[in-house]
Design a protein around this ligand. Structure first.
Ligand code: KIV
Length: 271
């Protein structure tokens, strides 16, 4: 029997039940009303208002510049569109590291001002105090380990993480810690598939992978990447389902030709 099939509203409990039943969880990013509506109608279980909005929507090179106010703007647009999916919002860089009081304030602002259902943050042991404080306020937290883009200047590159034993060991310990504290799910980004499978097998909370192989409980991709709206980014883990960059460009060129040639608007397209 499928847990997912007749679910009217996806909750953290539904995701837990899906893991227990061996049903894969689907997650995609969304930053605006129109796209969120399509993805929700498509039955995607979790919509992530990712801080990848910093790259995809604002054109920044990294996720670091996006602000809490900007994340709340994107999140509230997504929430207005969604009937079924669980909406998870990234806490942006600088809004939770170092000071658990700031972390709690940031999480509360997201929940209150956007109407989202949960927050996500990057890191393990380093952000333990922040995670505990947010959870103590009743806000569901999703963890994020492996390649954590907010630390890009520490890593230096976007290459696969946790290939070395020491880093793999720390990742397993961090995942265990996040689960023990009460996080409802964990994203593992760009790590060896074997390691990700090992974590998913060891933990009872759902593990959602991106570039982490198939032996996890669900998958997430950046929507603009899987739709081919972004063009230059082509990591091995990315499957492109459409080539929207070229399709939209062709449509815009077609429109421009029609306007210039006075073909648009025609008699039926005016009052
Ligand atoms: O910001 C984001 O889009 C993410 C996903 C890549 C997991 O964190």
């Amino acid at each position: 029997m499928s847990v997912n099939k007749d679910i009217k509203r996806v909750t953290t409990h539904v995701l837990q039940a899906m893991k227990e039943q061996g049903e894969k969880i689907t997650m995609l990013t969304a930053y605006d009303f129109s796209m969120a509506r399509i993805l929700d109608e498509a039955g995607i279980d979790v919509l992530l208002v990712g801080d990848s909005a910093s790259n995809v929507m604002a054109g920044h090179e990294t996720t670091l510049p996006i602000t809490l106010d900007q994340m709340i703007y994107h999140a509230s647009s997504v929430v207005r569109a969604v009937k079924r999916a669980l909406v998870v919002v990234d806490l942006p860089f600088g809004s939770y590291q170092g000071n658990s009081r700031t972390a709690l304030d940031s999480a509360i602002r997201i929940m209150k001002e956007s109407g989202a259902h949960a927050v996500k943050l990057e890191g393990g042991r380093e952000v333990e105090e922040s995670v505990r404080r947010i959870l103590s306020a009743g806000v569901p937290v999703m963890g994020h380990l492996g390649l954590t883009p907010q630390s890009i200047y520490k890593f230096g590159t976007y290459t696969v993480r946790a290939r070395e034993e020491a880093e793999a060991k720390k990742l397993i310990e961090d995942a265990q810690l996040l689960q023990d504290m009460g996080c409802f799910a964990i994203v593992l980004e760009k790590i060896p598939a074997r390691l990700a499978g090992q974590v998913a097998g060891k933990l009872y909370v759902p593990i959602i992978g991106i570039g982490a192989g198939g032996a996890v409980d669900g998958q997430v991709l950046v929507t603009h990447d899987m739709l081919g709206i972004t063009k230059d980014f082509q990591p091995r883990f990315l499957r492109r389902y459409l080539g929207l960059f070229d399709a939209i460009k062709e449509a815009a060129e077609h429109y421009a030709r029609d306007v210039r040639s006075r073909d648009f608007p025609n008699e039926k397209e005016q009052y």
